[in-house]
Design a protein around this ligand. Sequence first.
Ligand code: AHN
Ligand code: ZN
Length: 330
Amino acid sequence: MIKMLNRQVGYLILIIALVACSAKSGKDSGTQDVAPVSVEVPVFDADSAYAYVERQVEFGYRVPNTPAHRATADYLAAELKRHGAAVEVQEGTVTAYDGTELSIRNIIGSFSPEKKNRILLFAHWDTRPYADNDADKSKHRMPIAGADDGASGVGVLLEIARQVGQKLPDAGVDIAFFDAEDYGAPYWAQTSDEDTWALGTQYWTRRPHKPGYRARFGILLDMVGGTGAKFRHEMFSEYYASGIVKQVWETARRLGYGSYFVDEKGGYVTDDHVYVNRYGIPSIDIIACWRETETGFPPYWHTVDDTMKNIDPATLKAVGQTVLTVIYEE
Ligand code: AHN
Ligand code: ZN
């Protein structure tokens, strides 16, 4: 009887020791004591994002009314589905600056669609039919490959979709690929109307994929893959959503990406986020801002040189890890 009791006490002490041990090692290995927010943020894979950019460019010019454009849309919708999103493909027709009817597709992938607390991430997936900023005037009516201008934002968002699909954040996430952003009036057109840009987003704000759709805020990614890119505070973003600008730039600095996300004013850029802001969702534009060029955009912007050779995985990483951190900390 005494022996049995001793054995039971022995087991009990062993169990207490094991529990105490695991509790201790758990505390020591954790970073809860120092990190400001205790959520675990997935690691953004820049090589995966780079491959997504490359894959889009391989489809060819993603210009509305072309076979390459249709094939790319199918691919993007399938990728979002594969990562577990509920996908809606919104098909429509819009009229371009020159009267051309464009068949467009806005592609929206939703994670945790039942949640009320939502974040909207978006990028345009079409590419410009004109290299009208090229130094060589004979190329102005040629299409651009759009590695940075188009594919980079989508590539980062597809990698974010892959991460979100593996481990859902607290907030619901919608990833929208908007069409026909870059079919705006060229210099030889009769018009220079700003509303000839972002036609897909304008279409969506007139008839959102879910009637009355709301998100707490939105983040647009445009030209987020270029070597040597700097992101300055775009001014419409400051006007409509200065708090989100602050949150994103502070997060970037905390993660060590302060050399990409510079705390300086950029210009006003008429881009997809302007229409999403007018719709009523406070939204910012993370967009490369160059002080060294006349346009304020990268030197290859709207030229035949917007190709993979300018895409740097380190830039994709800075943007992707920053945005991923923002959504997991919400
Ligand atoms: C205008 O040039 C009016 N907006 C620039 C938006 C843009 C074009 N982003 C990429 N391509
Ligand atoms: Zn463009």
